[in-house]
Design a protein around this ligand. Structure first.
Ligand code: TXA
Ligand code: MG
Length: 318
């Protein structure tokens, strides 16, 4: 079992001896280590059981802290950080020699973000190094939006979880790349919507030629233990009994199932609330005595695109 608390000094002292600590962010909990320590980086991969080929996001406290990590901060990247940070936006930038190839899987681009959580911002301010942090879940599993989710998934492998309460965005950061200095390519949908980014620059479409590395793009990802289906409940009832089914609704319960095993993302159809609820709801439904979780279709507007992306990948579990 990991200790769960709010002691920034304790978290800092573990990070200073190259250990890993789970940290709260506004998106999901991260599993953090010193971005300049090979030992800490390798421990993150080992604890998550994550392949070394999946690169890590570097977290810093402010824009000035980015400068030593990159060879260039394009004007559009600076504008986006000024508009959305601290917040759920990650930008791929040309890395300086300060960032090891272990962090980026050999890529010349490093993913950087400024997380918006008071405890983690304070922690970053007392440290003299940035933090690499993937989501604090076993590789491929559901992301943690509460300290207890981290404890459930990784508690036997880490010693400290900095508890910052429930994550108030609830979806991972949006990851973007700047193309030709004036366009934004979205590599992962997340807490900042396409519509918000469009107010700054045109969007470049991903090429889909199979050659690009697209973050979080493994078909099966963000998955609960139980099978997840995105199908009408009436169809699922042809294969499963009603008490074998849990339901994740968007704004309406299914009338074909009893309400006990149903959770709504947002009764008022509010996307921000739906994003906040997503992973917590999946953790709860996954713990019920059912055989399958059925999720409703999510309207693909605003944050709905990112929510729908996570559900489709969760449903793709083999
Ligand atoms: O909101 C978030 O971004 C959370 C919190 C903890 O900050 N972090 C997170 O990290 O979601 P992770 O590792 O679970 O997902 C990051 C994704 C991975 O799919 C990885 O492949 C991609 O970002 N990524 C990281 N560095 C990259 C790079 N240099 N080039 C391309 N993709 C990168
Ligand atoms: Mg993750």
């Amino acid at each position: 079992m990991a200790e769960i608390g709010q002691d920034i000094k304790k978290a800092a002292s573990l990070l200073c001896i190259e250990d890993v600590v789970s940290i709260p962010t506004e998106t999901v909990y991260g599993l953090a280590g010193n971005a300049f320590s090979e030992k800490a980086i390798l421990k993150i991969f080992e604890v998550k059981n994550r392949p070394l080929t999946d690169p890590l996001i570097v977290h810093v406290a402010g824009i000035e802290a980015i400068l030593p990590l990159v060879v260039e901060l394009p004007a559009l990247a600076k504008q986006l950080f000024e508009a959305f940070s601290p917040g759920p936006l990650t930008i791929l930038l040309p890395k300086s020699n300060a960032i090891s190839n272990l962090v980026t899987n050999g890529s010349q681009f490093v993913a950087i973000r400024i997380p918006n959580h008071p405890l983690t911002l304070k922690l970053l301010q007392v440290l003299d190094f940035p933090l690499v942090a993937p989501s604090a879940n076993p590789f491929g599993g559901l992301s943690p939006s509460l300290a207890e989710h981290v404890e459930k998934g990784l508690g036997n492998k880490i010693s400290y979880i900095l508890d910052g309460g429930p994550c108030n965005v609830g979806l991972e950061s949006t990851i973007v790349q700047i193309i030709d200095n004036d366009r934004i390519k979205i590599l992962r949908q997340g807490g900042i919507s396409e519509e918000e980014l469009l107010t700054f620059a045109a969007l470049a479409q991903p090429k889909n030629d199979g050659k690009e590395v697209v973050p979080g793009s493994m078909l099966s990802h963000y998955a609960p233990q139980k099978r997840l289906l995105i199908q009408p409940v009436s169809e699922v009832l042809k294969k499963y009994k009603s008490d074998e089914i849990a339901f994740l609704g968007f704004d309406q319960y299914s009338e074909l199932l009893s309400k006990e095993k149903q959770i709504l993302l947002s009764a008022t159809g509010n996307m921000k609330e739906a994003a906040q609820t997503l992973f917590s709801a999946l953790h709860v439904l996954d713990s019920l005595q059912v055989k399958v979780i059925v999720a409703a279709q999510i309207p693909e507007k605003g944050l709905g695109k990112a929510i729908s992306d996570r559900l489709k990948r969760a449903a793709a579990k083999l």
